[in-house]
Design a protein around this ligand. Structure first.
Ligand code: CAA
Length: 310
């Protein structure tokens, strides 16, 4: 697998992430103005950073495709993921995130810990001398690769076999749902390496298992196997390894049986529920339902309260 270098596509992706949006007036799916960073990467560019992206009707599949390095992730991986999110074809409703080979992902590329770093992408040592703002911007850009997987207009499914360590565990946590093979193993290794999990994983982990269990899992950096993951809410399904693909297909198909707009509105409601009082949640339900009923049965939209204002 060719390494991404600063002079090559990875750097172009990395550099362009922070670029100002273009002024051609075209709108992205997320509603922003389309710029260079919103142009979809071709399969060759994705291959250089160890990613594959395939669309089959309403289902998109992202594959971490560096099995010989257990799908170790780099900044280019995260920029690539962000770019896929920004350029996701309009028809896609389900996004499957999977890893090629024996492991879902061994986490961050360990070359980041060496003085040489990842060719063209620096190292932790080179990041350590960045000023606070630049450093924060880099992490924000990396987090962007994970955050879009929670968007209400899609449902994301992490399909995990073998190890999902550090950034791998966080990538699985950034998806709405997790299907595991019976050999799956989660591990939040960061604290053992002197780091914190910063790729958007801490909130979903706490939301799923509670603060106490999350503290125990992270601060021991222990392995959570598939059976325990299912028991404590880190997985929706565990299946024998050879059935993982079929189980994923079945779940994706089932998710497509509901109305697209109703599904997005329901996901918005469910995502907002934890942060709202019962009264606020009831108000949010009323607002979303008013939009649905007007959309389905006509009527005057004037006076309808936008769900986002509730
Ligand atoms: N980075 C770079 N290369 C890696 C890697 C990683 N994270 N994990 C594995 N590899 C490479 C190995 O060096 C090896 O390469 P060579 O064949 O060239 O020697 C190849 O992948 C296969 O590795 P193993 O022989 O170890 O494979 P395995 O199947 O026996 O074990 C594993 C798999 C348990 C994942 C093991 O490779 C492992 O423990 N890897 C390191 C995991 C790790 O500590 N990751 C960091 C997590 S912290 C994090 O992610 C921080 C963050 O977000 C900021």
């Amino acid at each position: 697998m060719p390494e991404a270098t600063l002079g090559g596509s990875a750097a172009a992706i990395w550099a362009s992430e922070g670029a100002e949006p273009g002024t051609d007036g075209a709108l992205t799916r997320a509603g922003g103005v389309r710029g260079e960073a919103d142009i979809a990467l071709g399969s060759e560019e994705l291959a250089k950073i160890g990613l594959r992206f395939e669309v089959d009707g309403k289902i998109a599949t992202i594959t971490l495709d560096r099995p010989e390095k257990r799908n170790a992730q780099t900044f280019a991986t995260w920029s690539g993921l962000a770019r896929i999110g920004r350029t996701l074809p309009e028809q896609v409703r389900v996004v499957v995130v999977r890893g090629e080979g024996p492991s879902f992902s061994a986490g961050i590329d360990l070359r980041m810990f060496t003085p040489e770093g990842v060719p063209g992408q620096g190292s932790f040592a080179s990041a350590a001398v960045l000023d606070g703002d630049t450093f924060g911007e880099r992490i924000t850009e990396a987090q962007e690769g994970f955050l879009w997987l929670r968007r209400p207009d899609i449902v994301s499914i992490a399909v995990v076999q073998g190890h999902a360590i550090g950034a791998g565990f966080q990538l699985a946590l950034s998806c709405d749902l997790r299907i595991l093979a019976d050999d799956a193993k989660f591990c939040m290794k960061e604290p053992a390496l002197g780091l914190v999990p910063d790729l958007t994983g801490t909130k979903p982990l706490v939301d799923l298992v509670g603060v106490a269990r999350a503290v125990e899992i992270c601060l021991t950096a222990r392995v959570v196997d598939a059976g325990e993951a299912l028991r404590i809410g880190l997985a929706e399904q565990v299946v024998p390894r050879e059935e993982l693909e079929a189980a994923t297909r079945r779940l994706a198909s089932a998710l497509l049986t509901t109305d697209r707009d109703a599904a997005a509105a329901t996901k918005r409601l469910l995502q907002g529920a934890v942060g709202r009082t019962l009264a606020e949640q009831c108000a949010a339900e009323r607002a979303e339902q008013a939009v649905r009923i007007r959309a389905l049965f006509g009527g005057n939209a004037a006076g309808a309260q936008e769900p986002s204002q509730v």
